[in-house]
Design a protein around this ligand. Structure first.
Ligand SMILES: C[S@@+](CC[C@H](N)C(=O)[O-])C[C@H]1O[C@@H](n2cnc3c(N)ncnc32)[C@H](O)[C@@H]1O
Length: 286
């Protein structure tokens, strides 16, 4: 049965009652964690044009590749565990792509260790969101995205917050902060989750009894890679934010007496032309 008609979402609350659009399938419905394809379709409608190169560093079952093909965009998809003939095996922190090649980057990465993917030691989905190595991995992922994305072009990150074992990790806002160190914020969309788990009575009972909330939405964070004349804005705003955080944390190591924040390492500089950061995952010592 064909899915409901697709239309361009025009508010910051997105909803569509199917994982796929049209008569067929984009990506695979059997791949756990596959991205709802209407999200990618909407992003490509707004931020790309015919023949643009779309890159997905966590491409899994290839949803991004299928949507891009439908819309006559070129696309490259990478994943540690390819589940589509055109997905290339690579680590999102070290992509085999030259600087400034992508016209758009989309990613739907693991949200901590909520799902099991390949089980490989390099899989970011092996790390709980509460593990500092999880966020550290994304310092490298976002640097890599800044490196491959052309200045003036856009990136979107689709992600969920995590509540697990009585710990809440607001991944959406943490990622927003990290991305704003490298890119210009464009918008923040709430995507209603069509999660079958939400229909299960026992989940609702647990949410009541243990006093937590089931995840009803995902964040879709949209940023722009700054043009040369916009880079200063990202740097200045990033510094102001770092300084404010240091003051609030009262951390003397992060802020000298004049209030100038020292490098906290890890934050990118906008426009990024660095080549694949050499991370600990390379030595197998996570
Ligand atoms: C939420 S799924 C993405 C699903 C995909 N968008 C789709 O529609 O099929 C997250 C993916 O991240 C991949 N992954 C985890 N760690 C990775 C890494 N370090 N580099 C590349 N891919 C990784 C997993 O194998 C998994 O396919």
């Amino acid at each position: 049965m064909p899915s409901p008609k697709l239309s361009l979402q025009t508010t910051t609350l997105w909803e569509y009652p199917s994982q796929h659009y049209g008569d067929g399938e984009q990506g695979s419905k059997d791949y756990r964690g596959a991205t709802p394809s209407y999200i990618i379709w909407n992003l490509l409608q707004r931020y790309t044009k015919k023949n643009d190169l779309v890159v997905d560093p966590f491409c899994g079952s290839g949803t991004t590749l299928d949507v891009a093909a439908d819309m006559k965009r070129k696309a490259l998809g990478y994943d540690l565990q390819p589940h589509h003939p055109r997905v290339i095996r690579a680590d999102a922190r070290d992509l085999p792509l030259e600087n400034n090649k992508a016209d758009f980057v989309f990613m739907d990465p693991p949200y901590g260790d909520n799902l099991t993917y390949s089980g490989l030691p390099e899989c970011i989905g092996e790390l709980p969101a509460t593990d500092p190595r999880y966020l550290e991995a994304f310092e490298h992922v976002f640097n890599e995205a800044a490196r491959i994305l052309r200045p003036g072009r856009y990136l979107a990150v689709y992600v969920s917050d995590v509540w697990k074992s009585a710990a809440f990790v607001p991944i959406g806002s943490i990622f927003s902060e990290m991305l704003a160190q490298r890119f210009l914020p464009v918008d923040h969309i709430v995507v209603a989750r069509g999660n079958k788990d939400l229909e299960k009575g026992n989940y609702h009972k647990a949410a009541e009894e243990e006093n937590f909330f089931l995840r009803g939405f995902n964040h879709l964070l949209i940023f722009k890679n700054p043009e040369a004349d916009e880079v200063r804005r990202v740097k200045v705003e990033g510094k102001v934010r770092q300084r404010k955080e240091s003051r609030e944390m009262g951390d003397p190591k992060r802020t000298d007496e004049s209030g100038r924040g020292r490098s906290s390492g890890g934050s990118g500089g906008g426009g990024g032309n660095r080549r694949g950061s050499k991370g600990p995952w390379k030595k197998g010592g996570r």
